[in-house]
Design a binder for this molecule. Structure first.
Ligand SMILES: [Zn+2]
Length: 154
């Protein structure tokens, strides 16, 4: 007979107690190994599962973080500046005001896609004075304060 099966009822109860006291099955295993009891982590997990007290993955993960078994660093969030969308009718008005042509190079929509640009680079400043029609190429090549320079060398 496998000596691993010779765990007493007391040990079963103890494993459950240790587990409920927030030890991991690995820690319980180490404890038993130190006492000279030959038991595997898997066997402990089976005992815990058999008693229906196993933790959810989320709980296990939270506990592991709390107890420093797992290092958890929250992923750095990108600095999202939520821009309010230019409403389509205002966009159309700007295109109309600029005669559906790029104000820099004069291209119309048959040449390139027309875009409404924020002159001061403030994406939330939708005052008509701050808006202008640019073709995609002119808008794309325009240096922004966040960029070191233009993508397009002329
Ligand atoms: Zn242009």
């Amino acid at each position: 007979m496998d000596k691993r099966r010779k765990l007493s009822d007391i040990q079963y109860a103890e494993i459950a107690t240790l587990y409920l006291e927030k030890l991991s099955s690995i820690e319980i295993c180490e404890l038993y190994q130190k006492r000279g009891v030959d038991i595997s982590v898997r066997q402990i997990q089976r005992i815990i599962k058999g008693q229906g007290i196993n933790r959810s993955i989320g709980d296990a993960f939270r506990l592991a973080i709390q107890r420093g078994r797992v290092k958890f660093t929250q992923r750095e969030r990108k600095n999202l500046t939520r821009r309010t969308k230019l409403n389509p009718s205002l966009r159309y008005k700007i295109l109309q005001r600029d005669n559906f042509r790029c104000v820099l190079c004069g291209a119309d929509s048959s040449v390139d896609t027309l875009e409404v640009d924020h002159v001061n680079n403030q994406p939330d400043d939708h005052r008509p004075i701050n808006l202008r029609t640019l073709c995609h190429l002119c808008n794309f090549g325009r240096p922004s304060p966040n960029r070191k320079g233009s993508f397009i060398s002329i």
